[in-house]
Ligand binder design. Structure first.
Ligand code: SF4
Length: 249
């Protein structure tokens, strides 16, 4: 797979993906060989991708990061989605010794106290499980969209992730939320009932609130932090998150 893991290949793939619909984009990646992993948070975008993978029976591993702090609605949706599409969504959990070490240093809910503490929690509950989920993967498929936040405004269809040594695929990069909702309605895709209660973006329970009318889609995530710092580290280079350097990743 070495030939597939460079910036030039990612750019060529980006150009090809731009010409295809969602099913075509996913089928193209699944047909390239190597392990393809789709990480779902069970958010509405990710449900669209899961539906397309399930409908086409594509050879893509569907996984989720079961942080241990998810809303009950999200946990229930994992089961419902598996049943609807006849697929397995592999849960990756944090390790208990990492959680214990975090709690000893910061307190179980220490993430409210500082950006460092918050990134350390995401490191233990998300990034380390993500690293295990992506072991041996050549392609990492995500539900990132350009319209989700300013941080994501330049999201390409394919990009080389040098730190993880794979190509990241964002097949919904150019979809807006109205198109997502239309796909869900047309295809009876199961979605988290919390979306109807003002939660367009749903993460861990203690770090997600409903948004107010007119707020950006991700305004309810880590709302107590400044916007430019408000990512969990999954979709930014680890080297860009100083606190992660000391979080035993
Ligand atoms: S979103 Fe909150 S609870 Fe979840 S891993 Fe990050 S800091 Fe911890």
């Amino acid at each position: 797979m070495t030939a597939l893991t460079g910036n030039g290949t990612a750019q060529a793939l980006n150009d090809k993906l731009a010409e295809l619909d969602l099913a075509g984009r996913l089928a193209l990646v699944a047909g390239l060989g190597g392990r393809s992993v789709f990480t779902t948070s069970l958010g509405i975008e990710d449900q669209v991708i899961t539906a397309a993978i399930g409908a086409e029976r594509l050879g893509i591993d569907v996984v989720t990061l079961q942080t241990g702090r998810l809303f009950k609605e999200t946990v229930d949706l994992i089961d419902e989605t598996e049943d609807q599409y006849g697929i397995t969504i592999t849960r990756y959990h944090p390790r208990q010794d990492d959680i214990d070490a975090y709690a000893a240093q910061y307190g179980l809910n220490g993430f409210y106290e500082s950006v460092e503490a918050r990134h350390a929690c995401c490191g233990v509950r998300k990034l380390k499980p993500l690293a295990r989920a992506l072991e041996g993967a050549s392609f990492w498929i995500t539900g990132l969209r350009r319209g989700q936040s300013g941080n994501r405004a330049d999201t390409p269809f394919a990009e080389f992730d040098a730190e993880r040594g794979l190509i990241k695929i964002n097949p919904l990069a150019d979809w807006d939320i109205e198109r997502i909702k239309a796909y869900v309605a047309d295809n009876a895709v199961p979605v988290n009932p919390m979306h109807r209660r003002g939660y367009p973006s749903i993460g861990c329970e203690p770090c997600t609130r409903a948004i107010k009318p007119g707020e950006p889609e991700r305004a309810g995530r880590w709302w107590w932090e400044n916007d430019e710092k408000r990512e969990c580290g999954l979709h930014v280079p680890e080297s860009a998150i100083p606190s992660l350097e000391s979080s035993a990743l």
